[in-house]
Design a protein around this ligand. Structure first.
Ligand code: ATP
Length: 200
């Protein structure tokens, strides 16, 4: 089974694209959801987070995401500390999950696929591309955030131009080029690649 990464900047439409692949029967690992689950449920990770960021990270035993976000988006070294705790736990969890899937290929969706080191160990990576102005509008609307807050999050990610150069395939999600034919085309390509004896 091929292991395929799916990445793109915040608001590019990774989740939207991943949902289409799911309708085609392709299993998808959502790294953000998994990280959230692990931060709540993995005892070693919980202990490490409390030791690093203090007991206020959890409110009545549940991770206080907005508190943690407010800490790390203001401070790069704190963000790195958080990533160093959460990324290895998520990568290990994803690998375990991937090893159990029964499909020609499975997707691992993550915004920070290259930044976290998660791209290593994947056979191919798909990038989702959308203009920055559109991504900004989408996230402001979806998350009810100010322009400044979204721009701050965007600044913590690899620039799209760099990220997309590292991808093997690119899906354009600019609300001009139709999404569905691009996904169907890629699904066909990946299914064919998965049927070959050796990837690459
Ligand atoms: P994040 O990195 O923040 O998780 P994402 O890359 O997964 O974002 P989505 O959540 O898929 O992006 O999309 C961001 C918002 O834009 C969502 O509200 C989604 O419904 C909307 N959106 C994405 N693609 C399209 C499209 N082609 N047409 C209209 N709306 C879209």
């Amino acid at each position: 089974m091929l292991r395929i990464g799916l990445t793109g900047g915040i608001g590019s439409g990774k989740t939207t694209v991943a949902r289409i692949f799911e309708t085609l029967g392709i299993p998808v690992y959502y790294a953000d959801d998994a990280a959230k689950r692990l931060m709540n449920q993995d005892p070693a990770l919980r202990t490490a987070l409390i030791e690093t960021f203090g007991p206020l990270c959890y409110k009545e035993g549940v991770l206080d995401r907005s508190y943690l976000a407010s800490l790390v988006f203001e401070d790069e070294s704190k963000r790195e500390q958080l990533n160093q705790l959460v990324h290895p736990a998520t990568i290990a969890d994803a690998n375990e999950w991937l090893s159990k899937q029964q499909a020609p290929y499975a997707l691992r969706e993550a915004a920070l696929l290259f930044e976290s080191g998660a791209a290593e160990g994947l056979d191919y990576v798909i990038g989702v591309s959308a203009p920055a102005a559109l991504r900004l509008q989408r996230v402001m609307q979806r998350d009810q955030l100010s322009e400044a807050a979204v721009k701050k999050r965007m600044a913590t990610q690899l620039q799209d131009a760099i990220k997309l150069k590292l991808c093997d395939f690119v899906i354009v999600n600019d609300e001009r080029v139709a999404l569905l034919p691009q996904v169907l085309d890629l699904h066909e390509k990946l299914t064919a690649l998965a049927a070959q004896p050796m990837p690459h």
